[in-house]
Design a protein around this ligand. Structure first.
Ligand code: 2HA
Ligand code: ZN
Length: 269
């Protein structure tokens, strides 16, 4: 890729982050500073950018991540609002690079905006994705109302119980979120324990992981695809809740209909 192509590709990714941030706010999933986004942008960093001096002192990540050596990320800023990021992504987020010790990062551009409070979770997941040879470069944490509401009942926290219900609400759900919804019990936000549990769930082959009574963590090739998976799952939860509000338990698609769909779309599980 030429330098100009890399710069255009990087701008396109950050434009997508801004677009998704606007959707998160509009959907009511991003109250105040809720949610965060990180993108591994290393493939679009050109020689000119590599020469840029740091604009902050090195800061500890809070953990050591050997595969992130030399990696660059766009990160939403801690305490920043998604609705502001939607209009001004480089004032409400920043570009960081990981130092050779793999335990510290420094901010490179545009402004000294400290990255998301969930940085240990996000960067640990990116480290894991690189180790697996995954093409995924985007991670999204957000607070989708109906999905979070489901996690307040232990019934839906059991492995794949919510997945089966959500898939059966509308055929698109399994087609576009074929790995379903992983479940992680409540843990302190921003903790390394939460990061480790999230990675274990992704390693079980989920792209979207629920943090009980908190939100979702989703990974995909780019931020738009990560958003789409969460959007599809939350839509299914809304259909379930609408039926319950009409006074009945929805039947859901039958097992035979689900099997037919899986065969037609060549879906796993
Ligand atoms: O960044 O949502 O979980 C704000 C949060 C932390
Ligand atoms: Zn959160």
């Amino acid at each position: 890729m030429s330098i100009l192509d890399k710069r255009a590709a990087l701008k396109a990714e950050i434009d997508k982050v801004a677009e998704v941030a606007g959707y998160l706010w509009t959907k009511g999933w991003a109250e105040r500073n809720g949610g965060n986004i990180t993108i591994n942008i290393t493939q679009w960093v050109d020689e000119g950018m590599r020469e840029l001096p740091a604009i902050t002192e090195p800061k500890p990540i809070g953990t050591t991540l050997p595969r992130l050596k030399g990696c660059w990320f766009y990160c939403k800023g801690t305490g920043r609002r998604m609705r502001d990021l939607a209009r001004r992504p480089m004032e409400n987020g920043s570009i960081i690079r990981i130092l050779p010790d793999c335990a510290h990062y420094e901010i490179v551009a545009d402004a000294p905006v400290a990255p998301t409070s969930e940085l240990p979770s996000h960067l640990s997941v990116h480290d894991y994705l690189l180790a697996k040879g995954s093409p995924y470069r985007a991670s999204l944490h957000t607070h989708p109302i109906e999905l979070v509401a489901l996690t307040h009942s232990p019934k839906w926290m059991e492995k794949d119980v919510a997945t089966r219900m959500l898939w059966s609400m509308i055929p698109e759900t399994k087609a576009f979120c074929p790995r379903g919804l992983g479940m992680v019990p409540y843990m302190l936000p921003s903790s390394v324990e939460l990061a480790d549990a999230t990675i274990r769930a992704i390693d079980e082959d989920y792209d979207v992981v629920m943090w009980e009574k908190h939100g979702v963590f989703a990974v995909d090739t780019d931020i738009m695809s990560a958003f789409d998976q969460v959007d599809v799952l939350n839509k299914a939860a809304q259909i379930y809740i609408s039926a319950r509000n009409m006074g009945f338990e929805p039947d859901g698609m039958t097992d035979a209909q689900m099997q037919e769909l899986s065969q037609a779309f060549g879906l796993p599980k």
